[in-house]
Design a protein around this ligand. Structure first.
Ligand code: TLP
Length: 359
């Protein structure tokens, strides 16, 4: 048994840094529903500037950021086009349909997280009373279920052009936009220049305890603020949380390169283990999906065997697992993870009962 747990279930498990805790302690606060929290206001200005948008809004989570964005662009019965592996489609309880009345139309995500432009164009509805009205295209960058792939600037721009030619809005779920920007060496603002709205998170790779934001035009943010209120997301002295998010933005973005390097190290090590299959070349950021090909072992059984050795990695399919490198995982830990996987594959424990399939 290892002395310390190595937690690769997600980058959401990251805990606030001492600088964040200090900033939270020191934060001046006010009632943000009155627009009077100076720290929230500072964060929103900082986010708008970093994303090159007119305004931004602090929200409690990535799920809320996506929901209020969709609700701001679309009315009930309107249609949103998105990938069949989009987080909004797969992992948000269908909230945009359940709460916003927005009809999702999926087209296949390519392995690199993109949607084919031709299929996108074909999915945009024409004028016909049988059809819902297409209002929105949603992209995801980096793309979680497609292995943390970073959508290229030229691609996002091309989707933006297509959307505006058809009078459709473009939203980017940028829960890990910071990872994409670091991996591509492009500024976050440039990467979402073509988007009408973007949601970003502070509590994933950046290690803040809570919080996300959406950014876009003044008018979009006015609508998003209303949508946030109706879903119960109007917070009061939220500056306590915004303070940590400011530290996250100022101090934690550039170091994501370390997480990416560790993910590559992990993928290359896994590729060398008999009984494991992984496309190491496809690992661009901090997410590594890999498969168990050793016939006696399932994804859930491997996950359970690793947990017994202090390595936490979620199963994401009958033979698939997802490892997410993060702030608390060092290069030396990767060595230990690889040893644990190798041992588990060599001596499979087939009696594991866990069957949960996580994201
Ligand atoms: N993703 C989580 C979970 O859903 C399990 C994870 O561990 O990766 N967009 C993307 C692309 C995301 O990956 C996530 C969270 C969200 C939105 C939602 O963010 P939260 O969890 O803050 O609501």
């Amino acid at each position: 048994m290892m002395s310390q747990t190595i937690d690769l279930r997600s980058d959401t498990v990251t805990k606030p840094t001492p600088a964040m805790r200090q900033a939270m302690f020191d934060a001046p606060v006010g009632d943000d529903v009155y627009g009077e929290d100076p720290t929230v206001n500072r964060l929103e200005e900082l986010v708008a500037a970093k994303l090159g948008k007119e305004a931004a809004l602090f929200v409690s989570s990535g799920t809320m950021g996506n929901l209020v964005s969709v609700m701001s662009h679309c009315g009930r019965g309107d249609e949103m086009i998105l990938g069949d592996k989009a987080h909004i489609f797969l992992y948000e309880q269908g909230g945009s349909a359940a709460l916003g009345g927005v009809h999702p139309r999926t087209i296949p995500n390519q392995p690199d997280g993109t949607l084919e432009l031709e299929q996108l164009a074909a999915a945009i509805r024409g004028e016909n009373e049988h059809y819902p009205i297409t209002r929105l295209i949603a992209l995801e960058n980096t793309h979680n279920r497609c292995g943390g792939r970073a959508l290229r600037l030229e691609y996002v721009d091309a989707v933006g052009t297509l959307a505006s030619q058809h009078g459709v809005k473009l939203h980017v779920d940028g829960a890990r936009l910071w990872n994409a920007a670091v991996a591509l060496g492009v500024s976050p603002a440039r990467l979402v220049q073509a988007a009408d709205s973007v949601s970003v998170c502070f509590s994933k790779g950046l290690a803040a305890p809570v919080g996300s934001a959406v950014a876009g035009s003044q008018e979009f943010i006015r609508r998003a603020r209303r949508a946030r209120k109706v879903v119960g997301g109007g917070m009061r002295q939220a500056g306590i949380l915004a303070a940590a998010a400011i530290v996250a933005l100022e101090e934690m973005v550039e170091r994501l390169a370390e997480d990416h390097a560790n993910a590559r190290l992990l993928a290359q090590g896994l590729a060398a283990i008999d009984g494991i299959a992984v496309d190491a070349d496809a690992v661009e950021t901090n997410i590594v999906y890999f498969n168990v090909v050793q016939p006696e072992l399932s994804g859930a059984a491997l996950s359970a065997a690793l947990a017994a050795k202090g390595v936490l990695i979620n199963p994401t399919g009958t033979r698939q697992l997802r490892a997410v490198t993060n702030y608390h995982v060092r290069a030396a830990d990767i060595e230990q993870v690889l040893e644990a996987v190798e041992a588990a594959v060599r001596m499979p424990v087939t009696s594991a009962t866990t069957s949960a399939i996580y994201q």
